[in-house]
Design a protein around this ligand. Structure first.
Ligand SMILES: C[S@@+](CC[C@H](N)C(=O)[O-])C[C@H]1O[C@@H](n2cnc3c(N)ncnc32)[C@H](O)[C@@H]1O
Length: 269
């Protein structure tokens, strides 16, 4: 017997980054078949486009208020979606990019709905990460790729691998401990530069990247030296990409072990 309740459900889908380009047929059908749609999108024009797909689209944007804790805002968003699930509705949460990438609300809403016995799941979308691999010609498999929320890199002692790509999210609010601000200034970004300078020379190239959200736009791809990152214009929709600074070092001990195994199974050397 299905342990989930018969009515009330939640699906969180991703609209992708660029209007009209990334929405998959499954996500579209979840939107069209929902009783109510909640939307957290990157752009007012994208929201208008979604409004044409469903008669009851409720924007989550008004919950954001400068000076209010983002955690309180996120809980209010989760509460708004869960209230409709509990009322027996098929609820679809639509988020820009991938709904599970640097996105607390969809994960928490799904977890809570499941804990309360409702059917809840996530459909993946095209994230900023996917777009930057295409726009910048980066294969994360070439040297490996670390992703960090920029503030987390400052608040905690993390280990950066400068032989891999480093991708930093939410640099526009880096260093905001209050979680109430929509931007932080150059002095905060300078702290980030100082932390990165432990692993990278100041003349190392960093890339400021913003994917196009409208089909008529071009992506922002700006290559600058790490040393001037603090002075750069970086908003809520920019991601910073730091290419490897050093070659990978071979591990002779492990290679010797693998060679011995190869010999044991008769592999030609
Ligand atoms: C809350 S996260 C949301 C990410 C989104 N769920 C996704 O799948 O890409 C916000 C961060 O995503 C990145 N981001 C948002 N819009 C972007 C864009 N148009 N281009 C590049 N990065 C973007 C920035 O690092 C920003 O601080």
């Amino acid at each position: 017997m299905d342990a989930t309740r018969s009515s009330g459900s939640l699906v969180c889908v991703g609209l992708g980054m660029t209007l009209g380009a990334h929405l998959g047929p499954l996500a579209r059908s979840h939107i069209e078949q929902a009783d109510v749609v909640f939307a957290a999108l990157s752009d007012g024009v994208v929201e208008l486009w979604l409004n044409r797909m469903h008669a009851d689209v409720r924007s989550l944007q008004p919950y954001y208020r400068e000076g209010c804790s983002r955690m309180d805002t996120y809980w209010q968003m989760v509460g708004a979606m869960l209230a409709e699930v509990r009322a027996g509705k098929r609820v679809c949460g639509v988020f820009y990019g991938h709904p599970g990438v640097f996105a607390w609300v969809p994960h928490k809403a799904i977890e809570m709905a499941r804990n309360e016995g409702y059917h809840a799941h996530m459909e993946p979308g095209v994230s900023a990460e996917d777009c930057l691999y295409a726009d910048l010609g980066i294969d994360p498999g070439a040297y490996g790729c670390q992703h960090f929320e920029a503030s987390q890199l400052l608040f905690y002692q993390r280990r950066i691998d400068p032989t891999a790509y480093l991708i930093l999210w939410q640099v526009g609010v880096v260093g905001d401990q209050s979680m109430t601000r929509f931007s932080t200034n150059a002095a905060y970004r300078q702290v980030l530069v100082d932390v990165l300078a432990r692993d990278y020379p100041l003349d190392h190239e960093v890339i400021i990247y913003r994917a196009a959200t409208l089909p008529i736009e071009r992506p922002r791809i700006e290559r600058i030296a790490l040393g001037v990152l603090a002075q750069a214009k970086i908003g809520m929709a920019e991601t910073i990409v730091i290419p490897p600074a050093r070659p990978m070092q071979a591990d002779p001990e492990i290679l010797a072990r693998l060679n011995a195994l190869d010999r044991a199974v008769g592999m030609p050397s």
